[in-house]
Design a protein around this ligand. Structure first.
Ligand SMILES: CC(C)(COP(=O)(O)OP(=O)(O)OC[C@H]1O[C@@H](n2cnc3c(N)ncnc32)[C@H](O)[C@@H]1OP(=O)(O)O)[C@@H](O)C(=O)NCCC(=O)NCCS
Length: 441
């Protein structure tokens, strides 16, 4: 389902009514899509009893002429089932959930991040962003100390159309700064900024936590390949923090900014740093497999990694690791991954996966769950033509270790081109599997 421009305008209007906040197009598009996904998630897996209603709603939407789709988001928001749900959990909790689910809130251990600024933030920002001790190393420090009004701050901050801002709050709700992503070059790269502005909160690892939350968002939610940043070559604290978060130094542009360093204005180079989304390596997969085995969580490798395991060699890099797991182990698996810094990623068309988890390096796990009956046979899924008992019989090799994986027949079956358009690499994989395992198409 794709939302039209009018849907987005409508969403912006609804959002403004609820929160008195203006969303820019980029944020609104993302938020509206996540809202739709959240609504789907609320219904997922769709209880049998609600299936008819859900199908009816889907049909209704399809039947709406293009020029009338304008009301669709409103239709969803006001949908009777959702109202019921809203009444059940209460208005406040409901909107909190909407904001959380659509990425408006990123939750960390010490802080949470909320998108965009509120009017009430500007006086506080004016005080902070004119304090030399706080802003001394920033590119525009010399200009910023001259700001006099909240309008100066507003004009300065909201200059890029597609910059995504988050306000940083401690978990006891104190506003302490902001962070942002900007300068998007498609999904190739974007730029990261961080400002912990309340000095009382420096040196408490909050900077590191915020950086990790935003990197997780950039790699997993926005699917960016690279995140870059710029800082003063003299800003040792920031450089240490960025290196700790995994950024590496790329180059210095000499004499690029004037900074307030050791009590005086001096010329400084700008240090460019970057972090690239990391794909799992065979060693990462084997380490995870072994760790889960120790915890009593059996997984079966699926997807591209299963192709390689069955063929006995890594043929290419893989954006994610697909695994199958018994549904009864799903919570344990999730808890383990969370303890390793993974967070759930909400995905479009997420019916295919029961859970998608990603970390701040860009590693991603797509988890498919299945259940067994009393006799140990796989129970057919209602919403996905998932696994059968025969499909979990594969055995392959990754990094010299034997692993359980889905059968070659299952891989060929799920790559028949009906679910998604196959890439050249898929055809090559399927040819190799068919030839090695004597499978006839
Ligand atoms: C730079 C900034 C983001 C650091 O945030 P922070 O929450 O204080 O940093 P953290 O506590 O997470 O520190 C992470 C690591 O960096 C190190 N670090 C942070 N600030 C440091 C400083 N001023 N001097 C030396 N090391 C510092 C910490 O020691 C820590 O490493 P450790 O755990 O090994 O000790 C924050 O001070 C800030 O926002 N300052 C004002 C605006 C700014 O300069 N933004 C950056 C623009 S490029």
């Amino acid at each position: 389902m794709s939302l039209t421009k009018e849907d987005i305008e409508k969403f912006k209007k609804l959002y403004k009514e609820q929160y008195d906040e203006e969303l820019n197009d980029f944020v609104a598009y993302e938020a509206a899509n996540h809202l739709v996904n959240m609504i789907r998630a609320v219904y997922k897996p769709i209880p049998k009893a609600d299936e008819d209603l859900y199908n009816k709603l889907e049909k209704e939407h399809e039947a709406v002429p293009e020029d009338k789709k304008i009301d669709f988001v409103k239709h969803l928001v006001e949908d009777a089932k959702l109202t019921e749900f809203k009444n059940e959990i209460g208005e406040k909790k409901y909107w909190e959930l909407v904001r959380m689910a659509n990425g408006m809130i990123l939750q960390g251990n010490q802080v949470n991040l909320k998108k965009n600024f509120l009017k009430e933030n500007y006086p506080q920002l004016l005080a902070w962003l004119t304090d030399l001790e706080i802003i001394g190393y920033l590119y525009s420090a010399k200009r910023m100390v001259g700001f006099r009004t909240t309008k100066d701050i507003k004009n300065f901050l909201v200059k890029e159309k597609d910059e995504i801002f988050w306000r940083i709050y401690t978990n006891d709700d104190k506003f302490i700064g902001y962070t942002s992503l900007c300068s998007f070059q498609g999904k190739e790269q974007c730029e990261f900024n961080i400002f912990i502005l309340d000095k009382n909160y420096w040196g408490k690892s909050i900077g590191l936590e915020v950086t990790r939350l935003i990197l997780g968002y950039a790699f997993n939610r926005l699917e960016m390949k690279k995140v870059v940043l710029e800082t003063s070559e003299f800003h040792q604290g920031a450089i240490k923090l960025y290196e700790k978060a995994g950024f590496r130094k790329v180059k210095v542009v000499p004499n690029d900014r004037t900074v307030f360093h050791n009590g005086e204005w001096v010329l400084s180079g700008s240090l460019m740093m970057e972090i690239v989304k990391k794909e799992m390596q065979d060693k990462d997969v084997i380490d995870l497999y072994a760790k889960l085995e120790d915890l009593g969580i059996k997984i079966w490798i699926d997807g591209g990694w299963a192709v390689d395991a069955l063929l006995g060699e890594q043929t290419r890099s893989h954006e994610d690791l697909d695994v199958a797991v018994e549904r009864k182990n799903l919570t344990k698996l999730r808890e383990y991954l969370e303890s390793k810094g993974y967070n759930e990623i909400k995905r479009d068309e997420d019916k295919m996966w029961d859970l998608v988890m990603g970390d701040d390096k860009g590693h991603e796990l797509d988890i498919h769950a299945f259940s067994l009956d009393d006799k140990g046979s796989v129970i057919a899924e209602e919403y996905w033509d998932g696994y059968s008992s025969n499909s979990l019989t594969g055995s392959g090799i990754i990094d010299g270790q034997t692993v359980r994986c889905v059968s070659p027949e299952q891989l060929v079956k799920t790559h028949d081109g009906t679910k998604r358009k196959l890439k050249d690499s898929d055809h090559e994989d399927m040819d190799a599997l068919c030839s090695k395992f004597g499978i006839k198409l």
